[in-house]
Design a protein. Structure first.
Length: 410
């Protein structure tokens, strides 16, 4: 089993800089933080760089190619919020150190004809990832829950868990933000029943909610986390409600920007990004959803600021999906770095923003083996030139990435 000592780098452990300059990995684990270099270790020189835990994107829709792209940007784990990469279908991914690891909700609870059906062309199959199913899935097709009644929703929860969902997602969306008002939407009774059943089975629950009314419904039902932030200006009442409920928020401000017609041109123009994107992803990043042009990104950023000041746990997520212009403004991996920049823009310290992409996400999603640099944890690591604890844009200065101790970039 090989041993590698990363030396000379500042170490940010997921919470704070540690003041040590050596981290030793053996096989797929971190075995030493600080101290001297073992005599048998191969030395990787990290002088002038900062070592971070691998980043986590807390809201994606992904496939094998997308997981590979994410890893190139130091994102070592993606949390799928609708898709096929459930626990019983991702064995090959778990063992493939050339792609990011993944966790998944499976398919979300939404009524027939409800969101996200309005986003896709009629011949588009959102259940089949671009480029083929990630990892060559075997066995049964993915389970689609029934959200037609409170009883059906409750009965779907143990089925989702039996089919390998890592957490349970609920769609609360009438289509108004996407330009399709009047879509079938979960009612409060069905939502309540689904969340209660998930809690009975010990499952984490998350909700898609793009409006304050939908957010209020989710919190009333007892949801654990919101994987979007509403597009309207925040009210004091909703900020207090979120804080008092103890829920976490994945703002996905980069997605809201895209919904409002803002492209990812500026990010795509960064040579550190452009060098890692193919033609399709470049075109997608330079596009946008554009469904909510009446919105103002500043309203979203002001809400993020208010939530941070209230002490709400914020997690970095993007809602990135596939390399298609109608899903534009986003790219796997790259958009995580833009979301970090948004968090700093609204007033979070760079260190607080980095927590939102590492330790905080790991804690809220019960990922006890990652998100931090500590002895015994997975050797999922990102080494970047410079100091992102003071200049957040340095996160894009990738020098090396390790996934389970396997080095991707030198």
């Amino acid at each position: 089993m090989s041993t590698t000592a990363i030396t000379g780098a500042q170490v940010f452990d997921g919470e704070k800089p540690l003041g040590v300059t050596t981290v030793v990995i053996e096989g797929d684990r971190i075995i030493q933080v600080g101290g001297g270099v073992p005599t048998e270790a191969e030395v990787f020189d990290g002088a002038g760089a900062t070592l971070l835990p691998g980043l986590i994107d807390a809201h994606v829709h992904t496939d094998h190619a997308s997981l590979a792209l994410a890893l190139k940007f130091g994102v070592t784990t993606e949390l799928e919020m609708q898709g096929v990469n459930t626990r019983d279908r991702r064995g090959a991914i778990s063992e493939d150190d050339s792609v990011a690891d993944v966790r998944s909700s499976g398919f979300a609870l939404t009524p027939p004809g409800g969101h996200p059906s309005e986003l896709f062309p009629k011949d588009f199959n959102p259940g089949k990832p671009a480029g083929g199913e990630a990892g060559g899935h075997q066995g049964e097709p993915p389970y689609h829950p029934d959200a037609t009644s409170p009883e059906a929703a409750a009965a779907s929860i143990p089925q989702l868990l039996a089919h390998g969902s890592d957490y349970i997602k609920f769609m609360i969306d009438d289509g108004s933000v996407e330009g399709h008002p009047g879509l079938p939407m979960l009612d409060q009774a069905t939502l309540n029943a689904g969340v209660a059943a998930a809690k009975k089975h010990g499952a984490l629950t998350v909700a898609h909610a793009l409006t304050i009314d939908a957010t209020r419904m989710a919190i009333t039902a007892g949801i654990d986390g919101l994987v979007h932030l509403f597009v309207e200006p925040a009210t004091a009442e909703i900020i207090t409600m979120i804080k008092d409920a103890g829920v976490f928020i994945v703002p996905c401000s980069v997605l809201n920007a895209s919904m409002m017609g803002i492209t990812g041109d500026q990010l795509a123009d960064d040579p550190r990004v452009a060098s890692r994107l193919d033609t399709d992803w470049d075109a997608t990043l330079r596009s946008c959803f554009g469904h909510y042009p009446q919105g103002k990104l500043q309203d979203v950023l002001d809400s993020v600021k208010a939530l941070a000041e209230a002490g709400v746990d914020l997690l970095v997520g993007t809602d990135v999906s596939r390399p298609m212009p109608f899903l534009g403004g986003l790219a796997h991996g790259a958009s995580v770095h833009q979301e970090l920049q948004h968090l700093v823009q609204v007033g979070l310290t760079p260190t607080a923003a980095l927590r939102a992409a590492t330790a905080t996400t790991a804690r809220r999603f019960n990922l006890s083996d990652r998100g931090r640099i500590a002895e015994g944890l997975r050797a999922d690591l990102l080494l970047v030139d410079g100091d992102p604890t003071t200049a957040i844009t340095d996160t894009l200065n990738t020098r090396a990435v390790w996934r389970r101790g396997t080095q991707l970039i030198a």
